[in-house]
Ligand binder design. Structure first.
Ligand code: SF4
Length: 486
């Protein structure tokens, strides 16, 4: 039998079929997208930084064709009295693991598993437990098995304080208690891998604890528009329908409770109808006063803060686009922070100036913009009044769509601008843009902070500006459409 790695063991814990497919139908996997790659990159960056918690260690550099060599090297380092090893590699009972940080403490060996997340997650217990299992099998006396994760309370002031950036959580007792479970699961996984493809149906396990990359393979039988697309219906309830054999909207039993909005979604789809409450839309439009600003922010977040006053994973505004509509006149303003420089103060100044004549400022989903502006006001008290004045002029464009005063079946129950726009203005699309969603914009801007290729930086900046501009231009077009229908 081939070796099982720690990540494969974790995959098998989530779903046996996923592990089986990984071994036997590897090519059916969906490749990671840019957002997932960015998460991996963050993990690598955080892993390297955490090594400074135990400095002067010896690193084993991973290479898939040097497994035997690396296992032997780890053994040799231990025998020669090395106190700290990064990415130490061990094998036991055909299970291969790498330990992020292995440190010789006063009572024995200490295992530190580094995660870039902001808190402990239930899956980490098994991750560390399998490492303990293998190291224990190698005869190492393990005194500590711990998790190292990001401390979100840390606020950077000057040089990065590595000790403050991380939280160390001792999980030794839990990991020891968990050993029989690991042993049992390993046996089950090995047995399963010797058989045919497991017959496991789709379920919540396809998303928990991680999104499975074999979803395309297993979810082929789900129609393009199904009960899984009913907006805001919990996964348990979606699977309740699925387990009754209900896949299509038309097959939902009449006694299955849906909210009014969900029922509207189903009815509009089945009857091929739209729902437009002209009075509601009119009332919304009547409160808008020209010049109307249509504003949208992009933000970014970092596990490791780059700037003073920044906390891990706290959203920082990096760019905005503003269209100003006054009669037939439409102007555009924009701001994009320079990579490597804290964008907040310049962004606040620029936004205060650009919005000063707007009587109404339309945003799409007010909670986000209001929170960002409030944070800026707290950070720059001398600008608090001007920023509060922006907040006072904000109106949420989502209202007519969330309240379903304006609903078309193409919105598929959602009021996100990403569905409202193609439903109302199909000729305008994010397709063809190099950056086409907020998540990608956020990750790419975070990456810009460490890039050095000026040509590439300029190209990305142009893509970011184009994307954000389209967001507010989309709002202009949606507003036009709303005026048209009333
Ligand atoms: S998509 Fe779901 S059922 Fe299929 S392998 Fe993944 S977790 Fe298992």
């Amino acid at each position: 039998m081939s070796r099982l790695s720690k990540s494969q063991f974790m995959r098998g814990l989530q779903c046996h079929k996923s592990l089986w497919l990984y071994w036997n139908k590897y090519n059916q996997r969906t490749q990671p997208n840019k957002a997932q790659e960015a998460i991996f990159d963050t993990g690598t960056e955080v892993g390297i930084l955490a090594q400074h918690l135990f400095p002067d260690g010896h690193e084993i550099v991973y290479s898939s064709d040097k497994v035997e060599e690396n296992i032997a090297k780890t053994k040799k380092l231990i025998e020669s009295g090395t106190k700290t090893i990064y990415e130490a590699m061990f094998i036991y009972d055909n299970i291969l693991v790498m330990v992020d940080i292995l440190h010789k403490g006063k009572d024995g060996w200490e295992i530190y598993e580094v995660k870039s997340s902001s808190a402990e997650k239930p899956a980490y217990k098994n991750d560390i437990s399998v490492q303990y299992f293998v190291l224990n099998g190698n005869g190492l006396n393990i005194s500590v098995a711990a998790l190292v994760h990001i401390n979100t309370e840390y606020e950077r002031r000057g040089e990065l304080d590595i000790k403050q950036l991380f939280t160390i959580k001792d999980l030794t007792d839990t990991v020891i208690e968990n050993q029989p479970f690991v042993n049992e699961q390993l046996l089950l996984q090995k047995e399963m891998l010797g058989k045919d493809e497991p017959q496991i149906d789709i379920g919540i396990h396809c998303f928990k604890p991680y999104g499975c990359d074999f979803k395309e393979y297993c979810w082929k039988h789900i129609p393009d528009y199904s009960v899984f697309d009913i907006n805001n219906l919990g996964w348990e309830r979606r699977f309740e329908l699925y387990q009754k054999g209900v896949l299509k909207l038309e097959d939902i039993p009449s006694d299955f409770h849906l909210s009014d909005a969900q029922q509207l979604q189903v009815d509009c789809e089945l009857n091929m109808k739209d729902f437009i409450n002209r009075d509601g839309i009119k009332k919304f439009i009547e409160q808008l006063e020209e010049p109307i600003g249509l504003l949208d922010f992009e933000t970014f977040q970092q596990a490791v803060p780059s700037f003073d006053g920044q906390k891990p994973y706290k959203q920082i505004p990096s760019q905005y686009s503003l269209h100003i509509l006054n009669g037939d006149k439409l102007d555009h303003f924009e701001f994009l922070g320079e990579p490597g420089k804290d964008p907040r103060e310049e962004l606040a100044d620029s936004m205060i100036e650009d919005t000063k004549n707007c009587k109404t400022i339309l945003v799409y989903n007010i909670g986000f913009e209001r929170t960002i502006i409030k944070k800026l006001a707290e950070q720059f008290p001398d600008k608090a009044d001007a920023l509060q004045s922006i907040i006072d002029r904000l109106i949420d464009m989502i209202i007519p769509f969330r309240s379903k005063d304006y609903y078309t079946k193409e919105m598929r129950g959602s009021y996100s601008i990403k569905l409202v726009l193609p439903a109302l203005v199909p000729e305008l699309s994010y397709n063809g843009l190099n950056i086409s969603d907020g998540g990608a914009a956020m990750n790419i801007y975070a990456k810009l902070q460490t890039m050095t290729d000026t040509e590439e930086i300029e190209k990305i900046k142009a893509d970011l500006l184009k994307y954000c501009e389209l967001d507010t231009y989309a709002m202009v077009k949606i507003l036009e459409k709303m005026k048209e229908v009333v």
